[in-house]
Structures are given as structure tokens and as C-alpha cells.
Design a binder for this molecule. Structure first.
Ligand SMILES: C[S@@+](CC[C@H](N)C(=O)[O-])C[C@H]1O[C@@H](n2cnc3c(N)ncnc32)[C@H](O)[C@@H]1O
Length: 260
């Protein structure tokens, strides 16, 4: 899509023009304000097979709930933080929703003028020579299956990681640190997950981009510990390791019982 009508703006008029160009498409403006909860939009939702959109982040939970209530297939853009919302995390934990292919700068971007200086890992020049600046905190949330989530993440054993890891936090250490207040090891990088560890591991939230449900099982998410609270147990404090700053939010995972 681009500025099809050449009025200097890329907007819904361009989208309409492109849709109308194909005589098989039906196109009509909405009668009301287009709120996704309005009866008019719900009727359209019911008729749809797959919903692809970028919903308002402030209404994300409500939007996702509606998609599930109407049993829809979807591919939507969310903010990485949405994974820490109870409603969304539970769907991911239960394999009712997962991440699509690519996150962060690989799924969104703005074309910027030639005069705009590109700097940092989020800026790039694409195959058309366009200069792209991307936000790094978006992801696709979907319930459409795709091959990537069935590919096992290639990992080294714990002994191999401690000997060869490219991360100074792991290489040449005696062991992976354990949390003082939770029976799990701290794994600060997804590519440093030890393939042979049978217990629970705290890994970065971005692990979910590589999550293969045949390889790993999701136990919980810190600092919310949804599962623990749902079992009626008191919410534990933030994960702690003596002498260190609290780790970032962690997903608690363990090797799947289905060995692959
Ligand atoms: C994250 S933005 C996505 C914008 C869109 N991708 C675009 O490029 O124009 C979310 C959009 O949802 C719209 N929005 C906010 N509340 C809404 C609601 N209750 N129902 C439907 N749309 C809503 C906002 O106006 C905004 O355009």
C-alpha cells in the first residue's frame, strides 16, 4: 500500500481505492463509529474467517477476549508487555495463542526520509532501498499455526554452556545461579538454556518468540506468578538472588515431558 491517490497522504482513502480496484471486493463505510464492541462491528466479526489488525493497546485484553468469545482465528499486533497480562499469559501458557513469526523490529517500521540519520540496531535499509526505523517492542499474537513454533531451539547442554557460552555471565562459571526464593535456575539468555536441565528455569520473556510447545512447558511468569496465585497460594515476592539486582521479568519453563 502507498499513497495511491497521490494527495501526499497515505490514509484510508488510499486503502478504499485499492479495495475498490478489485471488483470481487465489497467495500462500504461503517454506519456508526466503528467501535469493535458495537453491534455493527460484532456482526462483521461474526462473518469473518480471520481477523488481522493492530488493536488499540489500551483495550488489548478486551479485544482478545472478544476474539476468543467469537472463536476467531486471528493475527494481531501487540506490545511485548501484553504477555505479562494475566488473560494473555494464560492463553499462551495453555497454547491457545502464541507468537507469530518475527518480533520487534522485524514486524513493524516507518519509512523515513533520506535526510534521517539511521543509528542503532533498530534502523535498517530494506530490499527496496527504503530507510526504515522500527519500534522494538511489538509482536504478533496469533492462533494460526506456523512451522517455526514446531522447530526445536538448538541448545547446548549445561556443561557445554558453562564451557563454551558466548555470554560472559555463563562462560567459565561453576554453575547457573539459583533463585533464593524459588526452586529454579536463572538463565538470562534464551540461547543459554541448558538442553539437559530437568528442573524449572527462569528465562527472558523474549523466549516466547522461540517457544516450541513440544520442547518446553510453561510453568508461570514472574513477577505475577499467576499459577501460584490461582492455586490459592500467596503471591511470592519478586525472584531474588542474593547480591544481585532483581532479574527482569522471567518466564518459568521446564523441559517438556514429551521428549523431542
Ligand atoms: C494501534 S492503533 C492502529 C492503527 C492502525 N494500524 C493504523 O495504521 O492506522 C489502534 C487503532 O484503534 C483505534 N481504536 C481505539 N479504540 C477503538 C475501539 N474501541 N474500537 C475500534 N477501534 C478503536 C484507534 O483509533 C487506532 O486507530
Amino acid at each position: 500500500m502507498h499513497d495511491i491517490d497521490g494527495d501526499g497522504e497515505f490514509d484510508l482513502k488510499d486503502v478504499a481505492k485499492q479495495l475498490k480496484a478489485n471488483k470481487h471486493n465489497e467495500w462500504a463505510p461503517l454506519e456508526k463509529n466503528g467501535d469493535f464492541r458495537s453491534p455493527e462491528c460484532v456482526e462483521l466479526l461474526k462473518k469473518s474467517d480471520i481477523v488481522i489488525t493492530n488493536p488499540p493497546f489500551s483495550l488489548f485484553r478486551e479485544y482478545v477476549k472478544q476474539l476468543f468469545d467469537y472463536d476467531k482465528k486471528f493475527l494481531i499486533i501487540g506490545n511485548i508487555n501484553c504477555l505479562t497480562y494475566r488473560e494473555i499469559f494464560q492463553k499462551v501458557k495453555k497454547n491457545k495463542a502464541w507468537l507469530g513469526n518475527g518480533m520487534g523490529r522485524w514486524i513493524s517500521g516507518f519509512i523515513v526520509p533520506k535526510s534521517y540519520e539511521l543509528y542503532g540496531s533498530e534502523a535498517r535499509i530494506d530490499k527496496n532501498g527504503d530507510r526504515i526505523v522500527a519500534t522494538n517492542n511489538c509482536l504478533w499474537l496469533t492462533n494460526l499455526d506456523h512451522g517455526r513454533r514446531h522447530q526445536p531451539l538448538p541448545l547446548m547442554t549445561m556443561a557445554e554452556n558453562l564451557k563454551y557460552s558466548k555470554h560472559k555471565e555463563i562462560k567459565d562459571k561453576k554453575e547457573y545461579p539459583k533463585y533464593d526464593n524459588y526452586d529454579a535456575i536463572e538463565v538470562p539468555f534464551t540461547d543459554a538454556i541448558p538442553s539437559d536441565y530437568k528442573g524449572v528455569m527462569g528465562v527472558p520473556i523474549t523466549f516466547l518468540d522461540k517457544y516450541n510447545p513440544e520442547q518446553f512447558e510453561i510453568i508461570d511468569i514472574n513477577p505475577h506468578f499467576f499459577t501460584i496465585v490461582e492455586k490459592g497460594l500467596p503471591k511470592p515476592p519478586q525472584l531474588k538472588i542474593a547480591g544481585r539486582n532483581d532479574p527482569y521479568a522471567r518466564i518459568l519453563i521446564k523441559k517438556s515431558r514429551k521428549i523431542i
